[in-house]
Design a protein around this ligand. Structure first.
Ligand SMILES: COC(=O)C[C@@H](NC(=O)[C@@H](NC(=O)[C@@H](/N=C1/NCC(=O)N2CC[C@@H](C)[C@H]2C(=O)N[C@@H](CCSC)C(=O)N[C@H]1C(C)(C)C)C(C)(C)C)[C@@H](C)c1ccccc1)c1nccs1
Length: 267
């Protein structure tokens, strides 16, 4: 976030975890920003997203175990329901009647779950994570957690993300994560993250975003039908490489927010 107008905030999640975040004051419906698994709130400035949304009122939290927020240690305290509670704690802190929630990767899936659980969310965007049930391959995910908590865990992550063409801001984010905590988050995916996300509030505007070339694009269009969600496609061969387009997507979010303010926003 631009250094000039940042306001740090702290709050406590439903299970007592202390959370840190930053507010960048602006206009219109506040936008809660939710980062992905191996990330923290710095990605929003580093990716150029913030500069692409110059007027919005932005609330960027560090999810539990990431950034400056409390390390909670146990996979059971990293289930998706705890992530949802983290986001709702931020919405409680600022007390607005309505929020937009924008999340990337697992933060996007979390944004959809927050919308399902909380009618204060009037618009939710999921960047590169769909809403359908997933098969968590126990061995692959456990192998990933073991690789992450090994002494060269940062190298495992940065090598992988480099190899698949992730942008520097995503590779750099991996270097900042606390490895034992990230292994717990990874094992925490077994606690609820595999379930499909339901739409429980008819008036919400749900937007699923993925890459033109995403092999799982049909899973996103399944969400379009099942949830009555909108689909945005970015010009990218894969979901990981779509991260290079995050600022561009931010500009589209800003346009929608401006349109809504002017009363012409698509619902
Ligand atoms: C195809 O994958 C991609 O398009 C990369 C993309 N992933 C995803 O969209 C989603 N995930 C996945 O599809 C798979 N899940 C994984 N493990 C769970 C998982 O994601 N992580 C655990 C560690 C953490 C770094 C994170 C992660 O990033 N690991 C990457 C590998 C990168 S470095 C090692 C990663 O995908 N691994 C896979 C393996 C099976 C290879 C282990 C399944 C099993 C859920 C289908 C993710 C949003 C999600 C969606 C729903 C529930 C849980 C998680 C990215 N997300 C962030 C940046 S890029």
């Amino acid at each position: 976030m631009q250094q000039r107008d940042l306001e740090p905030f702290e709050t406590t999640s439903a299970d007592g975890a202390r959370l840190h975040g930053m507010r960048r004051p602006g206009t219109g419906t506040p936008v809660v920003l939710v980062h992905g698994v191996a990330m923290d709130r710095r990605i929003w400035a580093d990716s150029g997203f913030l500069d692409a949304v110059p007027d919005a009122d932005l609330l960027a939290l560090d999810l539990r175990g990431r950034g400056a927020s409390e390390r909670v240690g146990l996979p059971q305290r990293h289930g998706i329901d705890r992530h949802v509670e983290d986001v709702r704690a931020v919405m409680d802190l600022f007390g607005h009647p309505e929020y937009t929630v924008f999340g990337v990767y697992f933060g996007g899936r979390t944004a959809l779950r927050v919308a399902a659980d909380d009618s204060r969310v009037t618009r939710a965007y999921s960047f590169c994570a769909h809403a359908e049930e997933v098969e968590l391959p126990d061995d692959a995910v456990e192998q990933e957690a073991a690789a992450i908590e090994a002494p060269d865990g940062h190298r495992y992550l940065t090598d992988h993300f480099h190899r698949v063409g992730a942008p520097d801001w995503m590779v750099d984010a991996c270097r900042r994560v606390d490895l034992p905590e990230l292994a717990a988050v990874t094992r925490g995916l077994w606690h609820g993250s595999a379930r499909a996300v339901q739409r429980r509030n008819p008036g919400q505007d749900l937007v699923l975003i993925t890459a033109e070339g995403d092999p799982e694009r049909d899973v996103f269009t399944a969400g379009e039908r099942r949830l009555g969600a909108r689909i945005w496609l970015v010009d990218s061969p894969t979901r990981v490489r779509a991260a290079h387009r995050l600022a561009e997507v931010g500009a589209r979010v800003a346009t929608e927010a401006a349109g809504q303010a002017a009363g012409t926003g698509a619902r």
